[in-house]
Design a binder for this molecule. Structure first.
Ligand SMILES: [Cu+2]
Length: 737
């Protein structure tokens, strides 16, 4: 008995020590469930990675050392938690409270949350969006610059106050420019009050996404103007069905801010610290996975473990046991991991979806407490003909036959709740929205757009200053439509309490990239997904979905799509799941395909609807759902007003170059008048200068003449005198005898 007790204490002691070495995923605090409200400060600031107290550090076997010490047993080990390590490469980032990701906010459903955003960036403005939260009755705290609020200028602080609802896995991130993928993000978990006390699986938070060494602004600008490595133009890679990734090469990726860069040329791997997830054998864990990346869809798996997906975007689904699932930027998946394998360490993998690219796996470590503190040497579960792998949420309908992978679409998932989608009635509304890159391939101008409209931020708060939006941001005053591209503040106005059915498509000549489309302010019902035809042998697409007609478009932009079969109008679409559809806020729209979503317009406000691939959104792939504008939302007292100083349009290059703009002629006349005036003023000045030169010359000539005359007079006087003298002399000589 005594021996047993001693062994128990030793085991407990070892457990404590090992859990100190690798704390579970995140060492986070949660708002007590007894509190009705909680308050947080998020400070956004530039930082450097791989720096410890102003000293550069380097990585060796998952640990960090000072730059000026060669590695030996006596080298100074630097505390990993005090360094923003990312993939082991030094660069500037933007961090929240000094870390990437920022601190997780973990609260209970229904609590009132106050979050102060302090912008300590050197010059950039910022905002924070709470991704997935509905912001019911507080649309002005959604964190959208120029849609729901003014950007928070450098040095300013902005306070959000909203109800934590619904429950689920969410996140916060900047919505200004490319700050999100420069590091301004963190988890936001809303826990279920009623699950408290019940034996629920332990939470793990896992934020996963691709990472880049350049500032994200540069990543985007290179996508637009050309991306070169040395003198070689970087060619986009592809998914297996032939879909593209933006012209941005894979660099590395992070799980909870940690990863390892592998040099493409040398194959050298930077052995930076990784994220460790400690589990106790025999227990279950709820991994809350958040897609925080910039571009790449990632296939998540755990070696030796089947995983059970139980929730997506905050809503519970009937559990699906899968080998892996695919997460896109903006999506969230919760899975249950049963720690039922032998003691040891196992790789958690996030593989990017490119084909013919090596070294594109992000790694983390699943560590069974009590096993050795060593990196895993495990292999992923093989997919075989006898045991094919089940993969959830492929961006296409099927893998090639030989890969032994069965794709399951999100539309095949079933909700476990009994809330039904809203009915399609006589006054229901249906819209087709095409998320694509239409444009003239000759000029290489193919902006990100929705129905050919490249989104523009209006420079004032669209929610409260709608009447102050200048007409040249208004899509109605622009030349938008079939086979056209225009730039404007695209708003879809929908009245209160109507059923809204949206068909989000990715079709026409501008398709070719699968888009994860995210809607703010709502969790929509996913009723159906339509995939394009694929060659089952190669996996390559053989066309686009036949369900949708792009109309009599010559250039094939598909800006005015409709159902090919007119009987599908009014909600009569075959294959809709109206019984138990899942609810999401971000869904992948496959290349050449579509998704049908439905919601009830009961949340007045302006909600951004956009692609969550950051470079696509920056390029204009977004729009505003202007919900129930007839019910005016009142701003809280003292809410900031944005001022767009716009009284001299001659300075606005966009305005001058907009050929089709109503007021271009007026502007051109104004410019002609200005240039005529310039010529006249120049001419008058020229005449004055010439006159002055003439006067100066005339004076000079006159002066010269006067001087010459004077000289001449003097000389003639002298001559006269000398003549007189001579004459007098002669007289004297003549008188001398
Ligand atoms: Cu996109």
């Amino acid at each position: 008995m005594i021996i047993k007790l001693i062994l128990f204490f030793i085991y407990t002691f070892l457990q404590l020590i090992s859990s100190k070495i690798h704390p579970d995923g995140y060492d986070y605090e949660e708002c007590s469930s007894l509190e009705s409200k909680c308050e947080y400060w998020l400070v956004i600031q530039e930082k450097l990675t791989m720096i410890y107290e102003k000293n550069l550090v380097y990585a060796h076997k998952g640990k960090l050392y000072l730059y000026n010490e060669h590695f030996s047993n006596y080298s100074t080990e630097v505390p990993t938690e005090e360094v923003i390590t990312v993939d082991g490469v030094n660069r500037m980032v933007k961090a929240v409270n000094g870390s990437i990701p920022g601190p997780p906010i973990v609260v209970y459903e229904g609590q009132m949350i106050t979050v102060h955003i302090r912008n300590m960036l050197l010059s950039d403005s910022a905002t924070i969006h709470f991704h997935g939260l509905h912001q019911k009755d507080t649309p002005y705290f959604d964190g959208m610059p120029y849609i729901t609020q003014c950007p928070i200028a450098a040095g300013q602080t902005f306070t959000h106050a909203f109800k934590a609802s619904p429950k689920g896995t969410f996140w916060y991130h900047s919505h200004v420019g490319s700050q999100r993928t420069n590091g301004v993000f963190g988890a936001f978990i809303v826990k279920d009050r009623f699950a408290e006390g019940v034996d629920v699986p332990t939470d793990m938070i896992m934020a996963v996404g691709d990472w880049h060494h350049e500032n994200s602004d540069e990543v985007y600008i290179k996508m637009i103007y050309g991306n070169y490595i040395g003198r070689n133009r970087y060619a986009s890679t592809h998914t297996l069905e032939g879909g593209n990734f933006s012209s941005v090469p894979w660099v590395s990726g992070l799980i909870n801010g940690k990863g390892r860069y592998i040099d493409k040329l040398t194959g050298h791997k930077v052995m930076a610290p990784l994220s460790w997830f400690n589990v106790t054998r025999g227990r279950k864990y709820r991994f809350r996975v958040i897609g925080t990346g910039a571009i790449y869809p990632l296939r998540i798996s755990v070696d030796n473990h089947q995983i059970t997906v139980v929730s997506s975007d905050g809503y519970d689904i009937e559990p699906w046991v899968v080998e892996s699932f695919i997460i896109n930027p903006g999506e969230r998946y919760d899975f249950i991991l049963d720690a039922n394998q032998p003691y040891g360490n196992y790789w958690i993998r996030a593989d990017s979806m490119e084909v013919n690219v090596k070294d594109h796996t992000i790694e983390a470590i699943l560590h069974y407490t009590g096993s050795l503190d060593a990196e895993p040497n495990s292999k992923r579960i093989p997919c075989t003909a006898s045991k094919p792998c089940i993969v959830l949420n492929c961006p296409f309908s099927t893998y090639p036959i030989g890969e032994h992978i069965n794709c399951v679409a999100m539309s095949e998932m079933r909700s476990i709740s009994h809330d039904k989608p809203p009915k399609y009635n006589n006054d229901s509304l249906e819209y087709f929205l095409n998320f694509a890159f239409p444009g003239d391939g000759v000029e290489k101008f193919t902006p990100g757009a929705v129905n050919g409209r490249k989104f523009e931020y209006p420079g004032v708060n669209s929610l409260f200053q709608n009447e102050q939006i200048e007409s040249d941001y208004d899509c109605e005053s622009k030349d938008c439509g079939e086979d056209k591209i225009c730039h404007c503040h695209y708003q879809l106005i929908v009245p209160f309490n109507k059923t809204l059915q949206l068909i989000w498509l990715n079709m026409g000549s501008g398709s070719g990239w699968a888009h994860p489309i995210h809607l703010h302010g709502h969790s929509f019902y996913l009723l159906k997904m339509g995939y394009p035809p694929q060659d089952k042998r190669t996996g390559l697409l053989t066309g686009q979905s036949n369900d949708i007609d792009c109309g009599p478009s010559k250039l094939g932009y598909c800006n005015n799509a409709r159902w090919r079969d007119a009987s599908w109008k009014n909600g009569n679409i075959p294959g809709l799941n109206l019984v138990n559809p899942i609810r999401k806020d971000t869904i992948i729209i496959p290349t050449g395909g579509y998704a049908i979503i439905r919601l009830k317009t009961t949340n007045p406000g302006k909600w951004f609807l956009h692609c969550h691939i950051e470079v696509h959104a920056l390029e204009g792939m977004g729009m505003v759902l202007n919900e129930a504008p007839e019910l005016e939302v009142e701003p809280p007292p003292g809410f900031p007003v944005c001022n767009n100083f716009y009284n001299d349009r001659s300075r606005d290059m966009q305005f001058i170059s907009a050929k089709k703009c109503d007021k271009t002629e007026e502007m051109e006349n104004l410019l002609v008048e200005k240039s005529t005036m310039n010529i006249m003023v120049t001419a008058v000045l020229g005449v004055i200068i010439i006159a002055q030169v003439f006067v100066i010359c005339a004076c000079a000539v006159r002066n010269r003449k006067t001087i010459v005359n004077k000289v001449n007079n003097k000389e003639s006087k002298k001559e006269k005198l000398s003549t007189e003298k001579l004459e007098k002399g002669t007289e004297k000589i003549e008188k001398i005898p």
